[in-house]
Design a binder for this molecule. Sequence first.
Ligand code: CA
Length: 717
Amino acid sequence: MTIRIRSGLCAALSAALCSTLLSVGVNAAPAANVTATRLTNAEREPAQWMTYGGTYSEQRFSPLKKINDANIGQLGLQWFADYETNQNQHGSPLYIDGVLYVSTARNVVHAFDAKTGKQLWKYNPVIQGERLRYNLGLVNRGIAAWNGKIIMGTLDARLVAIDAKTGKEAWSTDTVPASLGMGDMGNRYSITMAPRVAKGKVFVGGSGGEFGVRGWIAAFDAETGKQAWRFWTVPGDPAKGFESPKLAEAAKSWVGEWWKTGGGGTVWDAAVYDPVTDLLYFGTGNATPWNARARDEKIVDNLFTASIVAVKPDTGEYVWHYQEVPGDSWDYDAVSPMMTADLMLGGSKKHVLLQPSKNGFFYVLEAATGKLLSADPFTEVNWSTGIDLKTGRPIEVPGSRYETEPWNLAPGVQGGHSWHPNAFSPQTGFVYIPAWEAYFTMAGQAPGARPANGGFSLGISMGTRVDPDKLKPYARTGVRGRLKAWDPVSRKVVWETEAFANGGPTSGVLATAGNLVFMGNGGGKQLTAYHAATGAKLWNYDAQTAVFAAPISYEINGVQYIAASVGGAAQGGYFAPTYARMLVFAVGGKAVLPKQEPYTPPQLNPPVSTASAELIEHGGRVYTQHCSVCHGANGLQARTSFPNLTVSALLHVQEGFDYVVRQGARADKGMGSFAKELTAEDSAAVRAYLISRANALKLAAAPAPVVPRQETGHADN
Ligand code: CA
């Protein structure tokens, strides 16, 4: 592999960096030598995609235009590479010096020769089972590159650095070590967001708001993984003292004993380092539990939940915050992807931070101060009539807090826009939003009911059925996704596509200088290119599977490529093929995907149930406590992400069952050993319970196997 130095690039870089690049030499292995200088000047290297959002501005705009609105009809598949996974793919790739890096589900990372698709290495970590239980999908949204290392957060809340040449682990840091004194709460975090890297530090936050944890973002030394600082987004137990005066101040916006359920405010997606202001901005999640009334009788602001916060990247010191949703009751995380841009507002150029938020409003903040400049609905909103620009607070619609009656919320908890990345084109001046019209019926839990500490912590009654004629403000369901072009200056939608006919959600978005916007269709399995100025549909590709992740673009030897990591959890159950792959397109590409073969799911074929009723009952208790989160209540598979155990061949042999359950034989697929939690007797009881369940299902001639619901790719946590 050759490291190419473009003319003029060395002039823009430090002498030390250029000598590093040159020393790599012709035909040396690629090294992902991304450093502060190179990242800060990423605009000068349009052929690369070195950071999650393309550049530090996170505009996801590629200045490449060899693929454009004139030749898009000739865009074809250049190469593809299959993944070994049965999960949703949310990871946005990186392209650096000839190599395409991508994180796939369950933290498997692939490095491909970006021209040919040849796999250079694969990193497949073992994930701790006790932490894997606390997440809403085995997803990962992306990686960071720094000085020869690829850096990723894991589902068991570690931060790992992988040698970009070899794929071997360089360092691994537990981001929530026991020394933090969180006890069991420390095991309920995961990391799904892409780490960001700047000034030699990696910034990452922990997910888990729905499981009752305390939100944080922390910085780690990119060379060693050693923690530099941690910013807690909500105050902890006052009896233990607050970590900073700012948190003591924030504690005044809480009542009750919030620290017992963690408080929430998790940092699980958006983070932007801004070289212009030298600030790090990040979004925080909803307060825990969802329902403000379940937190306390009194509704208070709960800082810094559902907020955008700016800190100094070197120290983590607080600089400013803007709270989008004080006292949130609607799961309105403020974590949706953000970007910086320079806009002409009111006759002067302003450096701003932009966020189309989950709550349905498009926010424009002054980047240096956090001052709210505008906030307008970009999709259907029925909880607020607008944002008061003087106070920055939403004007709430009476009844929308579902205190006395259920409320059919828009946007629902799925969000008017979730984690799927947006794009901004400096050419058109539009922000391209993968926007949803989403509905969800919110209903308070029974009076006096308290959310469980440590469980799935929402404080609402799920699945409440209300006569549609009586539902306020109207009864609608589901999610309809479409692409919208939003003008942040005139504060309105300029064009929008039809909503997807299948009602499915969207993928992330890529905008290019070739007058193109690329977006995928989660349910419809399509990748589509639209005209950036008009929204006209110009090109379409049948991806054979759901498209959730945002595509990227790169260039090698004058050829532009579009890369999309595709894949949705198998609709036919865990063992069905998902067709999860890396797809890379170029003008004139002629590669063809293999034809999809008909698939027959495994049938119920259990051994005869001979165990005692006591053993089966004990097995049921153990199963419910340890297995049902992933494998489904009563042995019925709840999600396509995990195997349906009633059809498992392992039911026939206890040794084989134990080999997986107690010896961790499938740890590489995310099923860690349960030897610490389950004795050999427990494991035998669980098997007996599953055999009993499988026989009952077979006898009842239940549809076999149960067809699980299709994953939507929310993984909102
Ligand atoms: Ca949430």
